[in-house]
Design a protein around this ligand. Sequence first.
Ligand code: DQA
Length: 142
Amino acid sequence: NLVYVLNGPNLNLLGTREPEIYGSETLDDIAAMLDDRARELGLEVDVRQSNHEGHLVDWLHEARADGAKAVLLNAGAYTHTSIALLDAIRAIGVPVIEVHLSDPSSREAFRHVSYVGMAAVDEVKGLGAHGYVVALEKAAAL
Ligand code: DQA
């Protein structure tokens, strides 16, 4: 009943990073919210963050090796650039739910493409930190 929650570049700065777009919760705050909700849902979350694309690829592989039930993935800007993440999601056979704090489709045109979204089973965007909890509930229902 393990759910990986993988966060990409610059999400370590949540709380101080463009709070008018991303909100004032830190990634630790989000991890705490997810822990609480996971306990209620009978799940366990493993929340990680990296600024390095390859770490995210390695962690997607690890999710399969670990028998994870699902992955919540906020790949940050790699969402819009990374064929490597798209291929990894297709390779692992573990359902991935795409998460964004903001709604990239209502921002700059370069955020309108999502390679993650081409392989994800579902998405939650534009709900801020609470979106991670919504995504966890979707994972529980898979
Ligand atoms: C983001 C949206 C991306 O476009 C951006 O590059 C991020 C954060 C979000 O959570 O809203 O780093 O993934």
